[in-house]
Every structure is written in C-alpha cells, then in structure tokens.
Design a protein around this ligand. Structure first.
Ligand SMILES: NC(=O)c1ccc[n+]([C@@H]2O[C@H](COP(=O)([O-])OP(=O)(O)OC[C@H]3O[C@@H](n4cnc5c(N)ncnc54)[C@H](O)[C@@H]3O)[C@@H](O)[C@H]2O)c1
Ligand SMILES: [Zn+2]
Length: 358
C-alpha cells in the first residue's frame, strides 16, 4: 500500500493505492454521517455489495444512486438526478458523496459535491486505470455541454482518494489502454526515468501484473500530485498535464464522443503534439520514434486511423477551454521528461503537425 500526499494551501489530502481498500478501516470518517454513494452500474456486484454493506453499517443516512457512465450521460440530467436524490432524502450540508466508478463517475460526483448546498465533502474510489492515475486526483470536476467537453465545472478537491487496484480486474482491455495514454503523458512531461521503465514494463502493465501495475499507478499519481501541488488552479505549470489534450479534445468532438475514446484521442493528440514539438522546439525524431512505439503498444487501434479533416479539427480546437484569450495553448516537449507551455504558435505549424501523422 502506498500513500501519496496532494499538498495544497488548503485542504491537502491523501491518495491511497493498494488492494482491499473498500473496507471499514478507510471509511471510518463516514461513521454516523449522511452518505450518498454514486456508483457506476458496471462495477461488479461483489464490490458493490461489499461497499454497500460497509456503508449501511457506518452511515446514519445511506442511499445509493447508480449511473450509466458515458460522455452523453456526463450531463445536467445526471447531475440533476444526484441533486434531486440529495434533496429528496434531506441530506444536510454535512453529508458526504462517495463516487465509485471511472472518470465520468468521479467528475460528476465531484461536481455534484461542489454544487450541492454550495459545496459538500466527497471521497473517490476510482475504478478505471484512467481515473486512478488521473481523473480522481487534482480536484477538477465537470459535466459536458452539448457543444464542449467538461465545459461546466468547478475546482473542488476530494477529502480522500482510494485507488483500489483490485477494481481493475474486471476492466476491459480497451479501458486499460485508455488509461495508459495518461500514464505515458505523465512520463513524457515530467520523468524520463519513468518513461524508460514504462518501455521495459508495458507488456506487464497491459496484462495487469499486480506489482508492476501498483508501481505505475503510484508513480503517475505522484507526478500528477506534484504538479497540482505547485499550481492547484491551473494558472501556470499545471497546464502541462494537458499535453496532447488540445488536439485530443478536438478529436473527441470530431468523433462525436463515440468514435474515439478519451484515451485514444489523447494518444493521437500526443503524437500530433510531438510533431509540433519537433517543429517548434526541435524535439528529437529519435524521441518521437520511441514515444510512438510505446503509444502504439498501449493503443494498437489508433494505427488504423488514416486521416483527419484538419480544417474541422482546427475548428473544434477553437472552442476548446485550453485557450488564453484568442490564442490556443499547446504543451510542447523539449525532450522526454521536459514540457513547456506555448501560446504563440503559427497555424501552419499546427496544420503540419496534424498532417504529418498520415
Ligand atoms: N478530472 C480530471 O482531472 C480528469 C482527468 C482525466 C480524465 N477525466 C475525465 O474522465 C473521463 C474518462 O474516464 P474513464 O476512461 O475512466 O471513463 P468512464 O468512467 O466512462 O469508464 C470507462 C468505462 O469503463 C466502465 N467501468 C468503470 N469501472 C469499471 C470496472 N472496474 N470494471 C468494468 N468496467 C468498468 C465504465 O462503465 C465505462 O464504460 C472523461 O470524461 C474525462 O474528461 C477527468
Ligand atoms: Zn485526459
């Protein structure tokens, strides 16, 4: 078991990575409290029963709300269901929300907690690799707007995050691949040694080898926690966590959130961002080749994609949040492990980066 501290000015908290975390010991803080569990319907029954039993024994007012996780359902309608349940069951400002599911469940539970009665506490049990290494840590909460992903949201930090590796056993391989995009992102922007280690261990991660998986989740969370601790509200350095995401979000919109998952979009987005890094910063081709190989092992399906209408992609980028005034923000790499924020990029370079992939 590993504990990682997210150090913040106010409300610092711990992320625990390990196995057997869905039990009493870690939920003690909920004793005698009002608790609403927001749970993804894909969570296997054995975990659902386990947590339900623990919480029924601990809590003074316990209810469960099951949600069906999809980008379409990361919406006002689902948020309204959570708020309505809280109001219907007369939850006070002292209540706790508990999210058990992937990034969608974590983001929406966090946003429901941020907005119910001007903000209540919440705890997360991320259940996908992506949500364990990324979405559950850092306090970004949101829902989608039909015209833009994560457009409505708030910064609201959880009280605790419990990343139980056992939960990943039932995860479809494609979802493991999705999470690996963020893992590779963490190494590329911040830690060359971790990148080298990932190259050696990628096959074991994909096959969910427990010790390798636990190290991956821990190191990725450490990197995210370090960056978030330096810049909680994303005024500066935290933007580097968006590496590959300016392109990636545009790709998600391009595929109407159905054709490409977040992880696949970020994988393609990182390939484009590395081409841009080569143009802008002289990021070495040798590093592109290594990163490309790793990304392709983690996400083999993306090599089947053979074209993008660059004009449409550019248009999608212009509504993205990752902008400063009228300028798009791009994260580029100088070398593996070292990222830089750039806003003054020529359109021709962006087009070239998109086109160079095909
Ligand atoms: N807040 C942040 O900082 C942040 C960071 C990265 C991503 N995100 C958000 O996270 C979302 C993507 O997260 P995700 O990939 O976890 O998506 P998700 O929540 O949709 O989960 C992916 C799929 O796996 C299923 N699932 C979840 N846990 C499972 C389990 N243990 N066993 C079997 N199936 C399971 C879900 O039902 C879903 O079908 C996006 O909306 C993205 O915007 C947020
Ligand atoms: Zn992401």
């Amino acid at each position: 078991m590993k504990e990682i501290k997210v150090n913040l000015e106010k409300n610092s908290y711990e992320v625990i990575v390990g196995t057997g975390l869905l039990n009493h010991k870690y939920l003690e803080v909920l004793k005698g409290k009002e608790v609403l569990l927001v749970i993804d319907e894909s969570i296997p029954l054995k975990f659902k029963d386990l947590i339900t039993e623990e919480l029924s024994n601990l809590s003074s007012n316990f209810h469960t709300l099951q949600i069906s996780a999809s980008e379409e359902n990361k919406s006002w309608t689902t948020l309204d269901k959570i708020h309505s349940k809280l109001i219907e069951e007369r939850y006070s400002r002292d209540c706790y929300l508990l999210g058990l599911g992937g990034g969608i469940t974590c983001d929406i539970t966090g946003f429901a907690a941020a907005t119910y009665q001007r903000g209540v506490k919440f705890i997360l049990f991320p259940s996908t690799l992506l949500s364990q290494v990324d979405a559950s840590v850092g306090g970004k909460t949101a829902i989608n707007h039909p015209d833009g992903k994560n457009m409505i949201g708030a910064f609201h930090q959880p009280l605790k995050v419990l990343a139980d590796v056992d939960l990943l056993d039932s995860l479809p391989e494609i979802e493991v691949c999705n999470g690996l995009s963020e893992v590779i992102k963490h190494a590329l922007i911040r830690d060359k040694e971790y990148f080298d280690w990932l190259e050696m261990n990628m096959a074991s991660i994909i096959s969910l080898k427990p010790d390798v998986l636990e190290h991956t989740i821990t190191r990725s969370i450490e990197i995210k926690a370090e960056v978030v601790s330096e810049d909680e509200k994303e005024n500066g350095i935290r933007k580097i966590l968006n590496f590959g995401h300016t392109f990636g979000h545009a790709i998600e919109v391009y595929g109407e959130f159905k054709e490409f998952s977040h992880g696949q979009s970020v994988a393609i987005g990182m390939l484009m961002a590395m081409e841009l890094s080569k143009i802008e910063e002289g990021f070495p081709q040798e590093d592109i080749d290594r990163a490309k190989e790793l990304i392709n092992i983690a996400n083999p399906n993306i090599s089947l994609i053979n074209t993008f209408d660059y004009k449409k992609l550019m248009e999608n980028m212009s509504v993205d949040k990752k902008r400063s005034g009228n300028k798009l923000i791009f994260i580029v790499l100088n070398k593996i492990g070292q990222a830089k924020i750039k806003t003054d990029i020529e359109e021709s370079g962006i087009v070239k980066a998109i086109q160079s992939l095909f």
